[in-house]
Design a protein around this ligand. Structure first.
Ligand code: RP5
Length: 213
């Protein structure tokens, strides 16, 4: 990202904060990450599924990429890279405009030993809730280690899928449609375990294991 792109993004965020758009036209969830090298962990998984998979495949959300043209889907998220160390001005602009731009909750992920983006975003965006995602195991302490009075909730390393579910749980307090989607997702999980359990029992271990291979 060039310096001018940083300034353009900062200007856009501040301009958008003055728009006072209807809630249904603004993203409900903001997703920020410290680097595009975090993208796989934060959004589409790799070894495990990510926040994008949870929102789009399981909960029927859409990614909003244009302030002016929201997707048809009622519930949306937006995605940015806002490095705490390399673009502190962009991180600040993002967090300080978040509530005015209509966001209800932020998911913030960063890696490394100084994973400061989630906690700095939480401090600046307060009282908006922020869900931190340590992108690596070594990032856990710096994400969860907030002082008393400075809240941040966090998921385990790499669990951005769960961060999306947690964000949806927050939205579900106000939106029955999101609650219904969360309940349906959980019922699918329950049914999946039931099918596997019955199959394992009824086939026996060797036949079940061979079926999986
Ligand atoms: C952190 O440093 C980022 O969140 C990322 O996980 C890590 C490495 O960033 P890059 O050097 O790949 O941009 O700030």
């Amino acid at each position: 990202m060039t310096a001018s792109a940083v300034e353009d993004l900062i200007d856009r965020l501040h301009e958008e904060a003055t728009q006072d758009r209807p809630t249904a036209e603004t993203p409900d969830v903001g997703i920020v990450m410290g680097s595009d090298s975090d993208l796989e962990t934060m959004m589409t998984g790799g070894k495990r599924r990510g926040a994008y998979d949870a929102f789009v495949e399981e909960l029927g959300f859409a990614e909003q990429t244009d302030f002016e043209s929201p997707p048809d889907e009622r519930f949306t998220f937006e995605t940015y890279v806002t490095s705490a160390h390399r673009t502190p001005d962009l991180m600040t602009a993002y967090a300080e405009t978040a509530e005015e731009r209509g966001l209800e909750v932020i998911i913030a992920g960063a890696g490394g030993k100084s994973a400061d983006l989630p906690n700095m975003t939480a401090s600046i965006a307060y009282p908006l809730p922020v869900i931190g995602v340590p992108v690596q195991e070594k990032s856990v302490d710096s994400v969860i280690g907030m002082p008393t009075g400075a809240p941040l909730v966090a998921v385990d390393a790499g669990k951005s899928f769960n961060a999306a579910l947690s964000a949806a749980q927050i939205l579900a307090r106000q939106h029955d449609a999101v609650r219904d989607r969360l309940v349906a997702y959980h019922e699918d999980l329950r049914a999946g375990v039931g099918n596997v359990s019955r199959d394992l029992h009824d086939r026996g271990t060797p036949a079940f294991r061979d079926r999986e291979e």
